[in-house]
Ligand binder design. Structure first.
Ligand SMILES: Nc1nc2c(c(=O)[nH]1)N[C@H]1C(S)=C(S)[C@@H](COP(=O)(O)O)O[C@H]1N2
Ligand SMILES: [Mo]
Length: 379
């Protein structure tokens, strides 16, 4: 059996030898999960080589397929005209568009929770913002038609379950209809002007910016229009859900008291300088990174070099399009020799700030949007 691990020999926890992902950190080999160190996310548009990988199962072997013959099926109890479209037909029938859309895994930052949550121990590197080319999901949904009781869409994909059981899917999630029909929700076949890389869903995927990455189904084979909340694997139980009401750290929460994560919270990343480098006292240097806020805009980003005692406003750019991350930068001067930390804190357009300490504990360790910090040695 060809597994992702066999196709891509890797060393856990070290610089990887996953082809095309040099410098990224492998958190799990089977399924493959790879995160990007913060300083390698400095590009405005994330290159494929620096995009995290989050697989729940085993990717399909698409080496010998003709992508134009790939079929997408539209079905579900609230779909008026169940249809099959090849990628060729998708490209011919619907308007093409390219948007930069930010994806962050719901579990990004999980490694900081105490008591710890099981799952991939992501630090800060399960986020990316490439440019995607494809068609509006809305246009395709209009084409098949939705009944009045359509409330949710779900995806199904060509990856296979870790157990090898062909009747099981590794993951099949989705989004409520209002999010699915937003102008930015896409069915994409290209990333940064190239066909999707195999690990990122070749030949076709959903891209639902600002929501947990798990909504953006890779290797997309079917879209279901549902008259109920989609109930595929990893929609229910405790997956991609947090307690509806806050709980004490370590609490046991019943499944019925868990709510599905929708828009992701405000967050920022310092992508330059790299943590651990030296700077010279009295000499100004640039600190920069990105910030994002789920469905919202980021209003302001601040930095602190005194553990949050005082904050300096940075220069924040507008997003290139809605649901793209925003770049910020500032000049910092450190007056004395010694150890410093630079912290960054973003605030969304509704006035919500990132917390400087850990946000609400939850059983699966989702939604850690605490401030990122880098360490500097000043001489
Ligand atoms: N078919 C399929 N789609 C999937 C997944 C998967 O395992 N299988 N993982 C999801 C999760 S949890 C995330 S965070 C994103 C990651 O996208 P990337 O691997 O392209 O970075 O893909 C999502 N789409
Ligand atoms: Mo994810």
């Amino acid at each position: 059996m060809a597994t992702a691990a066999m196709l891509a020999p890797v060393v856990r926890g070290q610089a990887t030898s996953v082809p095309g992902k040099e410098g990224l950190r492998v958190l799990n080999e089977r399924p493959l999960n790879v995160e990007t160190p913060a300083h390698l996310l400095d590009d405005r548009v994330t290159p494929a080589a620096r995009m995290f990988v989050r697989n729940n199962g085993i990717p399909p072997d698409t080496r010998d397929i003709d992508p134009l013959d790939w079929t997408l099926e539209l079905a579900g109890e609230a779909c008026v005209r169940p249809t099959r479209l090849t990628l060729r037909e998708l490209k011919e029938r619907f308007e093409h568009r390219t948007l930069q859309l930010q994806l962050e895994c719901g579990g990004n930052g999980r490694s900081e929770f105490h008591p710890p949550a099981r799952g991939n121990q992501w630090t800060t590197g399960a986020v990316a913002c490439p440019a995607w080319t494809g068609v509006r999901l809305r246009d395709v949904l209009d084409y098949c038609g939705m009944t009045d009781d359509a409330i949710y869409i779900g995806y199904e994909s060509a990856d296979t379950h870790l157990s090898g059981d062909p009747t099981k899917q590794p993951i099949s999630r989705g989004a409520p209809v209002p999010k699915a029909v937003e102008d930015e929700s896409m069915i994409a076949w290209a990333m940064n002007g190239e066909p999707l890389p195999p690990l990122h869903g070749f030949p076709l995927r959903l891209v639902i910016g600002g929501w947990p990455g798990s909504v953006s189904g890779k290797w997309l084979s079917r879209i279901l229009v549902r008259d109920r909340v989609h109930d595929g694997p990893k929609m229910g139980g405790q997956s991609y859900r947090v307690p509806c009401d806050p709980v004490a750290p370590g609490a046991t929460v019943a499944d019925e008291d868990m709510c599905i994560i929708e828009s992701m919270p405000v967050k920022s990343l310092i992508t330059h300088p790299q943590s651990g480098v030296h700077r010279v006292r009295g000499e100004p240097f640039v600190v920069r990174g990105h910030a994002w806020a789920g469905d919202l805009r980021v209003a302001e980003v601040f930095t602190s070099v005194d553990y949050g005692a005082s904050w300096q406003k940075t220069v924040l750019e507008r997003p290139v399009n809605r649901l793209a991350w925003q770049h910020w930068s500032t000049s910092v001067t450190l007056p004395r020799p010694g150890y410093y930390e630079v912290w960054a804190r973003a605030i969304d357009e509704q006035g919500r700030s990132q917390p400087v300490v850990m946000p609400a504990w939850n059983p699966r360790g989702y939604l850690n949007n605490a401030c990122h910090r880098v360490a500097l040695a000043v001489t």
